[in-house]
Design a protein around this ligand. Sequence first.
Ligand code: SF4
Ligand code: SF4
Ligand code: FES
Length: 264
Amino acid sequence: MSPLFVMVALRLPRNSQYAKGRSWNAPPAGGSWQELHIYRWHPESAEPPRIDSYWIDRNRCGPMVLDALHLIRNELDPTLAFRRSCREGICGSCSMNIDGENGLACLRKLGDGASALRLFPLPHMRVIRDLVPDLSGFFKHYQAQMPYLQAAPPRGGVEHRQSPADRNKLDGLYECILCACCSSACPSYWWNEETFPGPAALLQAQRWVEDSRDEHGDERLDTIAAHQGVYGCRQILNCAKACPKGLNPAQAISALRRRLLARP
Ligand code: SF4
Ligand code: SF4
Ligand code: FES
């Protein structure tokens, strides 16, 4: 009998392909201008996503990508959606893909104007609108790590004490601002977002496992060992490369693995 071949028509959803959009504020000759190509998509529109081109006058704009986004929204196109809060790399809300790399718009400088800067929402996240990704799955994994101190109240109404040496063990862990740049750059998270917590959530897990004041380390390790836990990580190190705070989630994941292996 001849083998049975089944033909499958593979089609990308219509909304996964973007079209060329509108050009805003094309400049006169001369001057100092920067072009930005920005992903636009509105959930209530039947139109597929598009890439709009915006020109900004560098002499009227601050030095950062976030400055350009503010200028665009304030003066050219009030319908452009993006997140931001602190504008100094603290809140993590302005994370996006800038010229092919995940980063924070408030910490990334505009180019020299020689080529257009490309702004997309964080990759492999569902898009709410324009540059705003849906982070509900990301925060579900964060919440599952119980990211708070779990310890009985100290006797005598004093604070939980920690030696300087134990406090130093939290360096490189506590600084995470939950921007999701690492998780949305992680191939293991792309393919297994339900079962693999991703680098950010695992770095947070290690932050609490390592905390000398916490009394629930074993339960935390049980949570991590469940499903793919730390074993979903292939040590590709995209996470460390993507982190705008210079953290290394892959290293934290290795430390968790060593703890799990050392358990009786
Ligand atoms: S090292 Fe692990 S967590 Fe980091 S990007 Fe690679 S697979 Fe993801
Ligand atoms: S580890 Fe770095 S990239 Fe990942 S969420 Fe925290 S600050 Fe962002
Ligand atoms: S606006 Fe807060 S990190 Fe960029």
